[in-house]
Design a protein around this ligand. Structure first.
Ligand code: PLP
Length: 400
């Protein structure tokens, strides 16, 4: 039987409409958008039409939309370029303890280059308050970067309230909205952000393509230099099929947002109720402000999430852990540690993220499988301490 895929915050299946729209740009309309002849012009037209359509989806102007290779590039672009540009003005950045590695690792490099980063500590639900942010602001703060929705626990942060603090102090505000776009209403003006990162493969678009929204009149310095594409701001031949597919996928999501949210939230809440009722299982993240299809737990009596994820995989359920997969509790999910879970629990997490392909029967099957897998593992562990090293080393790290 085909495995049941429930790891939609890692990535999603390309939508049929997106694929169909992309295909001609691989075969017939394969021109380089920079070329002057027909093939080139057609490709260029397609890219510019997409820019307009994407801008509409995000409530932005088309001149504020830049195409990138995905969330990682968009995050890197903002942080690296602002640091380079503003280093004379100040060397202080504010972020949080729960950012994705695309932001975290980049900030670490900035610290090596002499910048100072304040990492705000979230509460137990993964929320940061405007007061906390205000308190951390200094004379020399040049950038605030706080994610919109968290990829480990699914918490949606109050970006309008946080960006208002940044505006009051005239500090640039970036949000990594990779987990949010396509899944909750998005309007860059209502969010009040200067920069916003997007990745297509999180909303049934293709992999390797994304967006950076950059509010006018601010003009971000390029990260990638070369042929001068994207009006000199982002060099590199445009990923035309990717941009086309991303646009179609985003429009589809925005057009069906209400019914998708209703469907996913109903299934999510049922799963949270059933799995959360298993003794020793605790929901993580914000029970109220969470992504529609996002369920996340920590589990007592399991030495490491990898064992549970592997067991569920054997049972035909594709889910993930919220933690960096490592035998060492030291490397438990930085997000769960930041939320205050002790190392053992932070290493025993489970993330089930639902998508529109999932059915109610899938959810029932998954609930039953989680119950069984937990029983089996807890019994095994009660009778024999697990030898983790070999198995967990094979697992990929925290990437999504
Ligand atoms: N930021 C967040 C919150 C993510 O979940 C991801 C996903 O992997 C990324 C950034 C990186 O995006 P991409 O895979 O497009 O590079």
């Amino acid at each position: 039987m085909k495995p049941i895929y429930m790891d939609h915050s890692a990535t999603t299946r390309l939508s049929d409409q997106a694929l169909e729209a992309m295909l001609p740009y691989f075969t017939e309309e394969y021109g380089n958008p920079s070329a002057v002849y027909e093939y080139g012009k057609n490709a260029k037209n397609a890219v510019e039409k997409c820019r307009n359509r994407i801008a509409k989806c995000l409530g932005a102007l088309s001149t504020e939309i830049y195409f990138t290779s995905g969330g990682t590039e968009s995050d890197n672009w903002v942080i690296r370029s602002i640091c380079r540009e503003k280093r004379e003005k100040g060397k202080h950045i504010i972020s949080t303890e729960i950012e994705h590695n695309a932001v975290r690792r980049t900030l670490e490099q900035m610290e090596e280059d002499g910048f100072e980063v304040t990492y705000l500590k979230p509460d137990a639900r993964g929320q940061i308050t405007p007061e906390q942010l205000e308190e951390a602001i200094r004379e020399d703060t040049i950038l605030i970067t706080i994610m919109y929705a968290n990829n480990v626990v699914g918490t949606i942060l109050d970006i309008p309230a946080l960006s208002a603090v940044a505006r009051k102090h005239r500090i640039l505000f970036h949000t990594d909205a990779v987990q949010a776009v396509g899944h909750i209403p998005i309007n860059v003006r209502k969010l009040g952000v200067d920069f916003l990162s997007v990745s297509a493969h999180k909303f049934n678009g293709p992999k390797g393509v994304g967006i950076l929204f950059c509010k006018i009149p601010y003009r971000i310095k390029p990260l990638l230099t070369g042929g001068g594409q994207e009006k000199e701001y982002r060099s590199g031949t445009e990923n035309v099929p990717g941009i086309v597919g991303m646009t179609v996928a985003l429009e589809e999501h925005m057009a069906h947002l209400e019914e998708n949210t209703e469907y996913l939230t109903r299934m999510r809440d049922h799963l949270i109720r059933e799995v959360g009722a298993i003794p020793g299982v605790h929901l993580t993240g914000d029970p109220e402000h969470r992504l529609p299809g996002f369920c996340s737990f920590v589990m007592e009596g399991i030495s490491h999430s990898v064992l549970l994820v592997n067991k569920l995989n054997e049972m035909g359920i594709c889910v993930s852990s919220g933690s960096a997969c490592s035998a060492s509790s030291k490397e438990a999910s930085h997000v769960l540690l930041a939320l205050g879970y002790e190392k053992q629990l932070a290493s025993a997490s489970l993330r089930v993220t639902l998508g529109m392909d999932n059915t109610e029967e899938d959810v029932e099957t998954a609930i039953q499988a989680i119950r069984t897998a937990l029983d089996v593992l807890r019994n095994e562990q009660a009778s024999r301490p697990p030898r983790l090293e070999g198995r967990v080393a094979e697992m990929a790290g925290e990437r999504d």
